[in-house]
Design a protein around this ligand. Sequence first.
Ligand code: 8YV
Length: 312
Amino acid sequence: MTVALQLCPLSDALEAQLAERLEIVRWFDLDKGAQQRLLADRAAEIGVVVTGGHLGCDNALVDALPALGLIAINGVGFDKVDLAHAAERRVAVSNTPDVLTDDVADLAVGLVIGLLRNLHGADRFVRAGEWSAGNLALARKVSGRRFGIVGLGRIGTAIAERLQAFGPVAYTGTAPKEVAWPFHADAQALARASDVLVIACAATPDTRHLIDAHVLDALGADGYLVNVARGSVVDEAALVAAIEQGRIAGAALDVFADEPHVPPALIQSDRTLLAPHIASATHETRGAMADLVLANVDAFLAGAALPTPVRA
Ligand code: 8YV
């Protein structure tokens, strides 16, 4: 049986089905010493790595596995895998596109509404028994806001389709698309024209820290930031400063630069709504993602074309 390294926890159902096809080694359960011993004893047997989009697989591990043939990502994002390096090593890479688009877009809308209407504060207010002493401070209206989408790919488009029910939508990206929404040449111009900036672009070297202090200042003291993409797209230190100094009104974040580490200033602020990278975390979508991971593993084991390959 082909041996597979599992780099992060997966759903019980996916783990059980993987174990029917592969001998699974739970890499993340091993300490450094045990990992080294495993590589020394069994590296040549390991043909598959199964990992998450948030985690990927670094080049050092790829290079330590001479028989590696497939990196199966349980996620759409492949920014944590060096595709050129994998191709050079003749390692195929698969991901789980499309099946999580609705969930990520739904969560983005939820974060927009939650942030502007202060749902997190309202929940805390009731639980803390503060209601009998008075009313919660007023929040901000969602309908009529101008929404700016950074990255109009599959997920960005699904977010735009939903948010246009609330107010005007515009976007930025690598190039204008054939859509009715207006295009802005860069994130700063889009931020200037938006009340709510929603980040939905892929993490690439070009989008690293795309949302910097200039973009946040263009969004302005009444503007809100929502990020369902990757933490690396936002200069987190600049965001912390903008939140602390009230240079933007608030931020709702499902992703962070160094997960699961969240800067204390973001945790302490009541201008932030925070989530632990849950955009695709529903039973339905994680089930569909698992099916795609298994379909790619099965194709690889059968020597067939991968259903959802990622190409360099
Ligand atoms: C998942 C993701 O949280 O799809 C992605 O790229 O980041 C998320 O859907 C993650 O991949 C789960 O393993």
